[in-house]
Write a protein that binds this ligand. Structure first.
Ligand code: SF4
Length: 143
């Protein structure tokens, strides 16, 4: 069976910055088609849960209290890429809008809820390495 990288919070694991999760209603359908390999780049990069919200600003990632967490975000992204290489994963289902996992749209760095057309750190790295990234609104493309 094909392997799929998936954001850990989409499995219902409470890894979100606010201690919550984003359990996918169609998770059972995914499990019928894929072996799911999970990654939470922010936790894998060494950040705690819960944690301050963070957003990409230029090439940095800063928390709402102006702490620079770029290094942790980059480390988590590289761990996710290593997982994809190890398991020969070609597709990833990642949580939308996240500064790590979001693809095509993320928050603009103002912490006001505005979205811009940009990838999160992990989505960007995976795409640059030939991995096709989907978000939860695109799950039907994977089923
Ligand atoms: S970093 Fe990704 S997997 Fe982890 S909580 Fe945020 S969106 Fe979910």
């Amino acid at each position: 069976m094909e392997k799929l990288l998936i954001s850990t919070c989409l499995l219902g694991v409470e890894t979100r910055y606010d201690g919550g999760h984003n359990l996918l209603p169609k998770l059972h359908l995914l499990k019928e088609r894929y072996i799911l390999i999970s990654a939470c780049p922010e936790v894998d990069g060494g950040l705690p849960t819960p944690r301050d919200p963070a957003e990409r600003i230029g090439e940095s990632v800063l928390t709402i209290t102006n702490e620079d967490v770029t290094e942790q975000f980059n480390l988590g992204a590289n761990i996710a890429l290593d997982l994809c290489k190890k398991h020969k994963i070609k597709k990833a289902l990642l949580k939308k809008n996240s500064p790590s996992c979001g693809h095509s749209q993320i928050y603009d760095g103002s912490f006001t809820g505005n979205l811009i057309n940009r990838d999160g750190v992990t989505a960007e790295l995976l795409k640059a390495n030939g991995i096709k990234v989907y978000n939860e609104d695109e799950i039907d493309k994977l089923l």
